[in-house]
Design a protein around this ligand. Structure first.
Ligand code: NAP
Ligand code: MG
Length: 490
């Protein structure tokens, strides 16, 4: 089979946006093309919503809050979400191929994303009829109780690294709580969020409950966040855009959840199981070519095992073959030419400004047949000082920096030595040391002896510049309901 045929899906990917259950073009007819990052080939397109289109989506979403959605019992609402999970699983193969083609990620990872996305709908389906309030004992003269009410229309501004999973992560708890949603996917990767509307339709979700305004962040995203009828904004992306969104939301006093990435440490102490530590480190930094907010991008290793860790990591990384995501390559392309430039600039800066040693990688790649793709070699930068830019800033690419410590006493200070605090991992056989680290590290999630331990049920979010608010697990639900307290004098 010719490669271009292998690297495609048998489907028209020229999509429309979704407003009030209708599939629409932008009011000015503008469209955005999306490419396969492995080849640079255009694979589909979708409308670029205008501020007016966004206004219409929010209006529809507001109307849907009061319609059929409101009159459904919470149990019936949960059933819609459970059906969505089942339909997404039925469509997982096709959806995963589209996600891979649009984002570049290896197919096994896109398949994992589809399963995770289905799991969000399944998990929160079970919660729809369990968001119950309390009764408050005020003595014999009063009856007092609380109701959990949906906050209203929620906005979901989605990044390009986990297009469907981030959509499902926010939308599933919002719908479980009885809210409606307007989603603004990243312009680089909008296809699966748009296609999810067909799945939710088939599952029986009333029109207007799930809307997708595809378009540019500067226009569609900004208009969505600024809309006075948006009650809550769930945002995942860069610190700068998150700060702007928080300021805009303040104008109409909308609440926000901000998930702004990180510079998460993976600590490996001398007593660790090094087999597990090597596997964990590779997964932590090279999954999705390092374009992961919770990536373990800083290896903090005790000097006694530094040489052995480097030897083993370099051997493994040197064997990683880049290639097309649909061929399930060990490492796929980055999402865009811009992202390759950002990553290359960081590595070049580390070489120039800090004279740091690049043990492996540190260059662009052009695999055969993919000369126009956006590939960057998996990279390790050794013995980086704590103040180097590559240690302090989120690179969002396949670049691991290594910091060496002389004793386990140093691990917390080094782990906490960046402006971020999303995740932290530690490999050690000393349970007390691991627990003390877990207690003292600035992070919303701590992984002991397995990087990326946990999943849909484990609460996720950051401290410091990584943001605030929690997603996943039961903790996510509180963003989507408000507590009303009713008290009667008897
Ligand atoms: P970004 O600007 O933060 O984009 C995230 C989302 O926000 C996209 O949907 C984007 O739309 C939208 N957006 C942009 N400007 C907006 C505005 N003024 N109002 C409302 N929405 C807006 O991130 P990026 O520029 O794509 O990536 C830059 C860096 O951010 C990366 O290198 C990485 O360090 C970080 N990042 C972090 C995560 C994470 O998971 N925490 C994810 C992605 C990126 P458009 O894409 O259509 O403009
Ligand atoms: Mg694309």
């Amino acid at each position: 089979m010719p490669k271009t045929e292998r690297w495609s899906v048998a489907e028209n990917l020229d999509l429309k946006m979704v407003i009030g259950g209708k599939r629409l073009e932008a009011s000015n007819g503008a469209r955005i093309e999306t490419e396969d990052p492995a080849t640079g080939r255009v694979i589909g397109s979708f409308p670029a919503a205008t501020a007016d289109d966004v206004g219409r989506a929010v209006e529809n979403s507001r109307a849907a809050l009061k319609g059929e959605w409101r009159s459904m019992t919470p149990t019936a609402r949960g059933r819609v979400l459970a059906r969505a999970a089942a339909i997404l699983r039925r469509e997982a193969d096709r959806m995963a191929r589209i996600e891979t083609l649009d984002s570049g990620k290896p197919l096994r990872e896109a398949r994992g994303d589809m399963e995770t996305s289905a799991s969000y709908f399944e998990y929160y389906a079970g919660m729809a009829d369990k968001l119950q309030g309390d009764s408050i004992p005020l003595g014999p003269d009063y009856m007092s109780f609380t109701l959990h009410e949906p906050v209203g229309v929620t906005a979901h501004v989605i990044p390009w690294n986990f297009p469907l999973t981030t959509t499902a992560r926010g939308v599933a708890p919002a719908l479980a709580a009885g809210c409606t949603a307007v989603v603004k996917p990243a312009a680089l990767t909008s296809l699966t969020s748009l296609l999810m509307a067909d799945i939710l339709d088939e599952a029986g979700l009333p029109a207007g409950v799930y809307n997708v305004v595809s378009g540019h962040g500067s226009e569609a995203g900004a208009a969505l966040v600024a809309h006075p009828d948006i009650a809550h904004v769930t945002f995942t992306g860069s610190v700068r855009t998150g700060q702007g969104i928080m300021k805009t939301a303040a104008d109409h006093v909308a609440s926000v959840t901000l998930e702004l990435g990180g510079k998460s440490p993976v600590a490996v102490l001398a007593d660790a199981d090094l087999d597990a530590a090597v596997e964990g480190t590779l997964k932590a930094i090279y999954m999705n070519a390092g374009q992961v907010c919770s990536a373990g991008s800083r290896l903090v290793v005790e000097r006694k095992v530094h040489a052995e860790m480097m030897e083993r990591l370099v051997a493994r990384v040197s064997a990683m073959q880049p290639g097309h995501g649909l061929d399930d390559a060990a490492i796929g392309p980055l999402v865009s030419a811009d992202q390759v430039r950002i990553v290359a600039d960081y590595v070049d800066d580390a070489r120039r400004a800090n004279s740091l040693k690049v043990l492996v990688g540190g260059r662009r790649l052009a695999p055969a047949g993919m000369e126009k793709g956006h590939f960057y070699a998996p990279t390790i930068i050794d013995d980086a000082p704590a103040d180097a830019r590559v240690v302090q800033e989120e690179i969002f690419g396949p670049v691991l920096t290594v910091q060496i410590i002389d004793s386990p006493e140093e691990v917390v200070a080094i782990a906490n030595g960046t402006p971020f605090g999303l995740c932290a991992g530690i490999y050690t056989r000393d349970i007390s040391r691991a627990m003390a680290f877990a207690r003292d590290v600035d992070a919303g999630q701590v992984f002991i002896n397995q990087y990326f331990a946990g999943g849909v049920p484990t609460p996720f979010g950051g401290t410091k510049l990584s943001g605030f608010g929690r997603e996943k697990g039961l903790a996510a639900l509180s963003s989507y309901y408000r507590v009303k307290c009713i008290t009667t004098r008897l």
